[in-house]
Design a protein around this ligand. Sequence first.
Ligand SMILES: Nc1ncnc2c1ncn2[C@@H]1O[C@H](COP(=O)(O)OP(=O)(O)OP(=O)(O)O)[C@@H](O)[C@H]1O
Ligand SMILES: [Mg+2]
Length: 369
Amino acid sequence: MHLSRIKLVHFKNYTDQELHLATRINGFVGQNGMGKTNLLDAIYYLCMGKSYFAVRDLHLVQHEQDFFRLEGDFEQEQEKTRRLVVKVAPRKKKELELNRVLYEKIADHVGVFPVVIVVPDDTQLIHEGSEERRRFLDNTLSQLDAVYLSSLLTYNNVLRQRNALLKQQHGRPVAENLLSVYDLQLLAPAQYIFNRRQAFISDFLTPFQAAHGAICGGQEQVSLVYHSLLAEQDLGSLLQQAREKDRLLERTTVGIHRDELVFKLGNHPLKRLGSQGQLKSFVVALKLAQYRFLQAQKGITPLLLLDDIFDKLDPQRVDQLVRYLLTGDFGQVFISDTDSQRISRILQQAAVAAKLFLIADGEATELEL
Ligand SMILES: Nc1ncnc2c1ncn2[C@@H]1O[C@H](COP(=O)(O)OP(=O)(O)OP(=O)(O)O)[C@@H](O)[C@H]1O
Ligand SMILES: [Mg+2]
């Protein structure tokens, strides 16, 4: 699958911009603050119905404007072009249309155009709390499985209500019955999510280690370990046992919202001992493996968005990565870089359809290669 055209209107620093894209590799080159990441995020938005960065939709509207609109034309073998349109305006429900048909729920769009994005901030996956790592699991599994996404939405919704109830009590006797009703509603979605996460980690390890080996030349051993209390006990008993504690702390202390994914380098947690380059390699490998996994499971090649991917990597790792991206079985790839010589060289040596765009203050101009 590939994106042949994108149009951005009043999206961040883009006023009105249309790009016709190459089927294989598109480079976006420009100085800091020019709009490279914004453009990649617009492509991500078309695929996922939201920004990759946890920002509100209205922050994406260009300053002094009161709406934004994105259009994308997606092509897939033997299929007619499918046009996705996004419209966001204050005080209106966000609209997503595929071929002029409005989605009832944004969640229904997730997974239609699979996508993988790598951004510099992704090393937060390692540094930040477990939430970021669960977000990675959820992002992957939601694109694969609509039941996973709806289970997650249900779970989070019930969890919010349960926590609100615990907070309202303030030492008064908790409405036991209502708590038990919420507990019951959590069980099925939690079990489903747990099963999918557990199976995923075991299937994902091999493609992950392969991707890591391709970037690092197999010098380092890496692994992933999934921890969930649900591996030992069912959520029903866990909630029962934790009820007293939940009451005291006024929040739900057990459940799949507490699952952890541990990243390891050798036998040690990566968090503590990884160098910047090692962390970056780890995260890039994680994302490239996510790509492989989605591709294999969905039978559709995802879009691959690489933001500043070469930063912090030594020349040898850059070369290995470029070779992997050019020779490996990838579909359409978007690469941003501030170094115009490096990106031109990479695109010139690519024996595939490639385009390079100069990004300056929210305007994109195609350059000769
Ligand atoms: N809502 C908005 N309206 C107008 N401009 C915005 C809005 N939000 C962000 N910007 C502008 O977008 C620019 C940042 O764009 P972006 O992050 O895409 O840059 P970049 O090319 O990726 O830079 P870097 O190389 O530093 O990563 C900034 O100049 C910022 O002022
Ligand atoms: Mg950027």
